[in-house]
Write a protein that binds this ligand. Structure first.
Ligand SMILES: Cc1ncc(COP(=O)(O)O)c(C=O)c1O
Length: 455
């Protein structure tokens, strides 16, 4: 807070000396010691703060931030209503710190089935305030000064500052795109890791790798072969895998989401992170979890108990009930885990067609809420500024929201500082939206195309 004080306030504080002659102002010297300053690192640069504000100010159609604008399923609302009923008044009180018992029990049952593991709900599962807090706890629990953490680019932007804040050094490895030879539309599967390049990033300082499959922002679902490559390197170099799987149920075209923890040698070195927000189309609920062996989770529990302590009981109860429902329906057509991806796939296809018709080249995602579109054809609307500090896609996304009322997120936001200009001709759209929203986006895109082509 004091860092943000304006000059006059700062001056005033500096002038306030105690009778013994000491300043009452907490000194800049102590404030800027390495640990303090790395905690403030990135505070002013958060992409969401900037782009959420731009969308709120200018957008008519917001396909920027990743949240559905359609209602969550009725059974989720009903579970909350039941939890709120008069008889359940104890659900307004504290519950177990590491997770409300009904929720950790059903999560242990569910993930136990998915992973073919016998999970202890009290030690192998922990509930967090969204997946975000689970990630934060992981980095704080496992990363020390001198540790390196491998992050695959493009990546969910918080990984980098969270690693830095814990004192670690992020080491980046890009997914490299290769255009399909047959002239087909590019797919997220065309973005691949180079195996030799990946191997070169592992060394004795490597503590962990962050895997995000299905990946935000690209929508890539890592294949069995790619996961085996990562797993082999983890085992060979004794490295932890922080596996962010928040989009685990949002996989399209009959593809399968493979959990890296189920590969040989990986259960003991993997923490799986999940999100009820993404799973049940209710991102504001902020209920998440970490699943893994007790040996790893005990450190995460320590972080959690000394920061958040526990998450809202009533939300955990409702999520427990809906997981019970999904457990009963697992593999059946009525399951939300089967219905939601079907619905989202239609929305994805709709947006793909609409972008393609407008001249933005979409990359077909295999999973998630998101797709990328290549904006190279739009240089006449938003000219390139050579040697600009700001990546092209960032200027483009700002121009688009201000001039066309359509909000999206620049891909460069998902790269580290040094690599922001490497893939700066793409913007990310969120298609987890009502038909009317996608139609309104289409109207903007087609009108824009007409303006471009009419003399
Ligand atoms: C890849 C990824 N991980 C984690 C999160 C955070 O999830 P939650 O909202 O449950 O905190 C998000 C949210 O957008 C995400 O995209």
């Amino acid at each position: 807070m004091l860092r943000r004080a304006g000059p006059s306030l700062r001056h005033f504080l500096l002038e306030r000396k105690s009778s013994a002659g000491y300043s009452s102002y907490f000194s800049e010297a102590k404030m800027s010691r390495p640990v303090q300053s790395r905690r403030l690192e990135g505070v002013d640069k958060n992409i969401w703060v900037e782009f959420v504000k731009l969308a709120a100010t200018y957008s008519r159609v917001n396909l920027g931030q990743g949240f559905p604008d359609f209602p969550p399923p009725d059974f989720l609302k009903e579970a909350l209503e039941t939890a709120l009923s008069r008889e359940n008044y104890m659900l307004h009180q504290y519950t177990r710190a590491f997770g409300h018992p009904p929720l950790v029990k059903i999560l242990a049952q569910f993930y136990g089935k998915l992973l073919g593991q016998d999970l202890d709900p009290m030690t192998d599962v922990m509930v967090t305030v969204g997946a975000y807090q689970a990630l934060f706890c992981c980095f704080q629990a496992f990363v020390d000064e001198g540790d390196e953490v491998i992050i695959i680019e493009p990546f969910f932007d918080c990984y980098e500052p969270m690693v830095t804040m814990a004192g670690g050094t992020p080491v980046f490895i890009p997914l490299r795109p290769k255009a399909p030879e047959d002239g087909k539309m590019m797919s997220s599967a065309d973005w691949k890791l180079d195996s030799a390049e990946l191997a070169s990033k592992f060394n004795e300082r490597t503590k962990a790798i962050v895997l995000n499959s299905p990946n935000n922002p690209l929508g890539k679902v890592f294949s069995q072969g790619e996961l085996e490559l990562i797993a082999d390197l983890c085992v060979k170099h004794d490295v932890l895998c922080i596996s962010d799987e928040v989009y685990e149920w949002l996989v399209y075209d009959g593809k399968e989401h493979i959990r890296i923890a189920s590969l040989p040698g990986m259960w003991d070195r993997t923490v799986i992170i999940g999100s009820a927000g993404k799973t049940f189309s209710a991102t504001g609920w902020k209920v998440g979890w970490a699943v893994g062996p007790n040996r790893l989770l005990q450190h995460i529990r320590t972080m959690h108990q000394n920061s958040v302590y526990h998450c809202a009981t009533i939300a955990q109860e409702a999520v427990a009930q809906v997981f019970q429902r999904e457990f009963m329906l697992y593999g059946k057509p009525d399951s939300y885990f089967a219905q939601l991806p079907k619905e989202l796939q239609k929305k994805r296809d709709w947006l793909v067609q609409s972008l393609d018709a407008a001249g933005m080249k979409p990359i077909i995602p295999e999973g998630t809420y998101f797709l990328l579109a290549d904006i190279s054809n739009f240089k006449s609307d938003v000219p390139d500024v050579p040697n600009s500090d700001e990546p092209y896609d960032s200027r483009f996304a700002k121009w688009m929201v201000k001039n066309k009322g359509l909000a999206a997120i620049p891909l460069s936001a998902f790269y580290c500082g040094a690599h922001k200009n490497n893939y700066s001709h793409f913007i990310r759209f969120c298609f987890a939206k009502e038909e009317a929203t996608l139609k309104a986006a289409n109207d903007i895109l087609q009108k824009w195309k007409q303006e471009k082509t009419s003399p």
